[in-house]
Ligand binder design. Structure first.
Ligand SMILES: Nc1nc2c(ncn2[C@@H]2O[C@H](COP(=O)(O)OP(=O)(O)O)[C@@H](O)[C@H]2O)c(=O)[nH]1
Ligand SMILES: [Mg+2]
Ligand SMILES: [Zn+2]
Length: 324
């Protein structure tokens, strides 16, 4: 006890720094204060900015944040009931790759990620889902897809889920507004601390409303932009049975930094059986001779779109790693 995971100085340096390493972001600002044995451990439900909403001894209270300990929903923090004095080592996290550069944590101590997508608006872009798969496989977090708005499905939307199912992702069909498929969805959420992620307007808050009966503000999809508007500014946890459900503000882009080109294939597990047959052991399945993955695509055994997406992601992270 009492041993800091990070020194105060390191924390000070880290806050405001652009974190390029995904895995380091998980350890960001983790700190055990020397008097930890005299403090209590509380669960963060939401970071309001100057304060965190935490559960302490079964009560929801607000405690003051310290700049060097930026908390996120799901964090376990040391507190005297007034101030956040440190953050416990985090389990699995969801991070966002900010447009302005760097990694921002969204939620921590996760047992799974649920990506909510819409069967109608906003429209589905498969590449966005591929990115979640890559992230979750690299971070070793189970991923499920909730396909919402099945009361007004776009033609062929269910068929478009097949490649994700082939890649080992469970897909649940539902309609939050018609209360369809919610029982199975809720059952899935009982597996542990879950973050609901996805674009604005797909129905994350509506789903949580329907499942919890909580009153979370839900806005209409902005007609002008055909995109949802932000209703939440930080991730926020809700109690669901014995576990937690974390709502997030919608994200527009799920960028990648600090990921090696060779790691991208983790998000494409259906390529694995062919990849072992490539001529070169370090084949990246781009244009190499004797590439068995490309051969499998040509023979129709690997989904062409998934392969294209894989190549885009590899080329993208390679571009990112070029010295400037
Ligand atoms: N048709 C239909 N609309 C839905 C469904 N779920 C949510 N919506 C609507 O989609 C819009 C965005 O929902 P919201 O929960 O705010 O999305 P969030 O940004 O992901 O939290 C709202 O107008 C909801 O009423 C659904 O299952 N079917
Ligand atoms: Mg919302
Ligand atoms: Zn290959």
């Amino acid at each position: 006890m009492g041993k800091p995971h990070y020194s105060e100085k390191q924390n000070k340096k880290a806050s405001g720094t652009k974190l390029r390493d995904l895995k380091k972001a998980q350890e960001f600002a983790v700190y055990e204060p020397p008097n930890a044995d005299k403090l209590k451990v509380a669960r963060v439900f939401v970071n309001f900015g100057i304060e965190s909403g935490v559960e302490l001894d079964g009560q929801l209270i607000r405690v003051a944040n310290r700049r060097q300990f930026p908390t996120v929903a799901g964090d376990l923090v040391y507190t005297d009931g007034k101030v956040v004095e440190g953050i416990k080592p985090r389990g699995k996290t969801l991070a966002r790759f900010a447009d302005e550069g760097g990694v921002r944590l969204i939620a921590s101590n996760l047992d799974q990620v649920v990506l909510v997508i819409s069967a109608s608006t906003p429209p589905l872009h498969e590449g966005f889902v591929d990115r979640y798969l890559v992230y979750c496989r690299i971070m070793e977090i189970p991923l499920a897809i909730f396909l919402n708005k099945m009361d007004e499905p776009e033609e062929g939307i269910v068929e478009r889920m097949k490649p994700f199912q082939d890649a080992g992702v469970d897909v649940y069909l539902m309609s939050a507004t018609l209360d369809r498929g919610l029982k199975a969805a809720r059952k899935r959420l009982e597996r542990g601390i879950t973050v609901l992620s996805g674009l604005s307007g797909v129905g994350k808050s509506t789903l949580i409303n329907a499942m919890l009966g909580e009153d979370i503000p839900v806005q209409e999809v902005s007609a002008a932009t055909k995109r949802g508007r932000h209703t939440t500014t930080a991730a926020e946890a809700y109690k669901l049975g014995d576990t937690l459900l974390i709502d997030t503000p919608g994200i527009k882009k799920f960028g990648f930094i600090g990921i090696a080109p060779t790691e991208i294939i983790k998000g494409f597990p259906e390529f694995a059986e062919y990849a072992t047959e490539c001529k070169y052991e370090d084949c990246l399945h781009l244009n190499e001779r004797g590439c068995a993955v490309r051969a499998a695509v040509e023979e129709g055994r690997i989904d062409e779109r998934r392969f294209g997406s894989y190549q885009d992601l590899v080329l993208g992270v390679m571009e990112d790693q070029k010295p400037r």
